[in-house]
Design a protein around this ligand. Structure first.
Ligand code: HSE
Length: 302
């Protein structure tokens, strides 16, 4: 029996569009084993939107892997326990891709390294900001090349907490990407490159007070905020309650605030969000610095 545990991820972190991402302490767990023939997929949380046929993303990734190594796909049973909400900007698709690659790697006895899986996952997803931290943990900064993806992983301090505000509505990444302009001004590009660099450097140096400026963005958030009711007001309120930095998680609609005083912030934010039309859930998480884990017959492999 193969067991894979994959963390949720928050991509972009404001200015690092399609580059920066961070793993969070929220997980999907997937079990897989070979069976004589066919495909059996069991969804343990009962989410009716997850396909249980060949179109299941974990299974599709496993098939992609087997095709690449030139072996036939064996019959298998997959049991999916999802905690990462779908289509909310917390890397649920990336978690499926990462789970699929790790399962296929173990099932086919291929022994590809984590580094090789990081490269494969980035190629499949097309941008590395969810898959890289999902595999490696921490905060990662990645740049796609023609032949590979260059990246750096930063360990995130245990003193930092992340308030993850998840609404009851979804937003597809496709729609959220369609809302973006094809071209941006030099002024906007400078705004973002300076902040993305400041964000990475501040997370390394621990200069957390920089985050208010370092998480600002003008490449995607202003366009996406039109798709998320009260986004700007919620982020402003979070800063008023002491958030060090605030941003849209991935393509949204989940919002994130970097905070230090967990108890007060949560109470204030839950009360404020309770007055809005949509339902919002607030989860207090930390960064996961370890990334995806794999057990084979209950023995932790990596
Ligand atoms: N960087 C991506 C985006 C993350 O913002 O569209 C979502 O896949």
């Amino acid at each position: 029996m193969i067991k894979v545990k994959v963390p949720a991820t928050t991509a972009n972190m404001g200015p690092g569009f399609d580059s920066i991402g961070m793993a969070l302490t929220m997980y999907n767990i997937v079990y897989a084993e070979e069976i004589e023939e066919g495909l059996e997929i069991i969804i343990q949380d009962g989410n009716p939107n997850i396909p249980t046929d060949e179109s299941n993303l974990i299974y599709k990734t496993i098939c992609y892997f087997y095709k690449n190594i030139g072996k036939p796909v064996p019959g298998m049973r997959i049991v999916q326990q999802d905690s990462i909400p779908h289509t909310r900007g917390l890397g649920s698709s990336a978690a499926c891709i990462v789970a699929g690659l790790h399962i296929a790697n173990a099932m086919s006895h291929s022994f590809f390294s984590k580094e090789e899986l990081v490269q494969m996952a980035a190629q499949i997803e097309g941008h590395p900001d969810n898959t890289t931290p999902a595999i490696l943990g921490g905060m990662t900064i990645g740049a796609m090349n023609k032949s590979d993806m260059k990246y750096v992983k930063i360990k995130v301090s245990d003193n930092l907490h992340f308030a993850v505000m998840i609404p009851d509505f979804t937003l597809s990444t496709e729609l959220a990407r369609e809302a973006l302009p094809k071209y941006v001004s030099l002024q906007d590009a400078i705004f973002n490159t300076s902040r993305a660099a400041l964000l990475a450097a501040s997370m390394m140096s621990g200069e957390i007070d920089n985050l208010e400026i370092a998480t600002q963005d003008c490449l995607h958030q202003p366009y996406r905020s039109k798709l998320i009711p009260y986004m700007d007001e919620i982020l402003e309120e979070a800063r008023r309650y002491g958030a060090k930095g605030t941003f849209l998680s991935g393509a949204g609609p989940t919002l994130l605030a970097v905070i230090k005083n967990v108890v007060d912030f949560r109470r204030e934010m839950v009360s404020y969000l309770g007055g809005l039309e949509q339902e919002w859930q607030v989860q207090m998480l930390q960064a996961d610095n370890e990334g995806a884990k794999v057990w084979i017959n209950e023995e932790l492999r990596y």
